[in-house]
Design a protein around this ligand. Structure first.
Ligand code: IMP
Ligand code: MG
Length: 183
């Protein structure tokens, strides 16, 4: 039971996440041959994941942030995406590594990939902590994946519902999230 009187079930505890993220960080340099990576952190959901992942990547690296908001219900996107904060660096010629919290329908990422292609980066790869394949509407290639999750709403380790629960150190599924009363 959490502080809102709601049930959550831990899917991945802090130690499991930490081990997996470290593995992802070790894998990434194999594909870059020492080139400088421009990490593009998708806010807000991936800020916790990114802070751990980036410290596990042994490469020259710059960090940019992009804020995306996708409209829809509390727990699902309509595919209408707005850029709320844009990268400060133009990204042309850069080896861009997108860092995302979760690929659910894929609509947000496919919007971002299309938008990025107009900026002429040298390469674009995607690291996503989570993937919910059962909900795919648009396929997006995930180069580095943390965990696959079932068709349930998850919170914690940066992921939220209505802005809450980002600070949980684990990832949990939330029962009946559309009914959750937050104050
Ligand atoms: P999309 O459906 O792939 O476009 O995902 C849109 C955004 O919704 C993601 O970037 C997340 O921020 C958010 N999202 C999707 N599924 C979940 C979830 O289970 N928990 C928390 N946020 C989610
Ligand atoms: Mg979100």
């Amino acid at each position: 039971m959490n502080e809102f009187g709601h049930n959550y079930r831990v899917l991945f505890d802090a130690a499991t996440i930490s081990e997996r993220v470290a593995e992802m960080g070790r894998r990434i340099p194999e594909d870059y041959q020492g080139r400088t990576v421009t990490a593009l952190v998708v806010l807000k959901g991936s800020f916790v994941f990114a802070s751990d992942l980036l410290r596990a990547i042994d490469l020259p690296l710059k960090v940019e942030f992009i804020g995306l908001r996708s409209y829809g219900s509390r727990t699902s996107t309509s595919g209408v995406v707005e850029i709320t904060l844009d990268a400060k660096y133009p990204l042309n010629g850069a080896d861009v590594l997108i860092i995302e919290d979760i690929v659910d329908t894929g609509l947000t990422l496919s919007y971002l990939l299309e938008n990025l292609s107009t900026r002429r980066p040298a390469t674009v790869r995607l690291a996503s902590l989570l993937h919910k394949p059962s909900r795919t509407i648009k396929q997006v290639p995930i180069d580095y994946l943390g965990f696959t999750v079932p068709d349930q709403f998850v919170v914690g380790y940066g992921l939220d519902i209505d802005g809450r629960f980002r600070n949980l150190p684990f990832i949990a599924t939330m029962d009946d999230p559309e009914q959750l009363k937050l104050f």
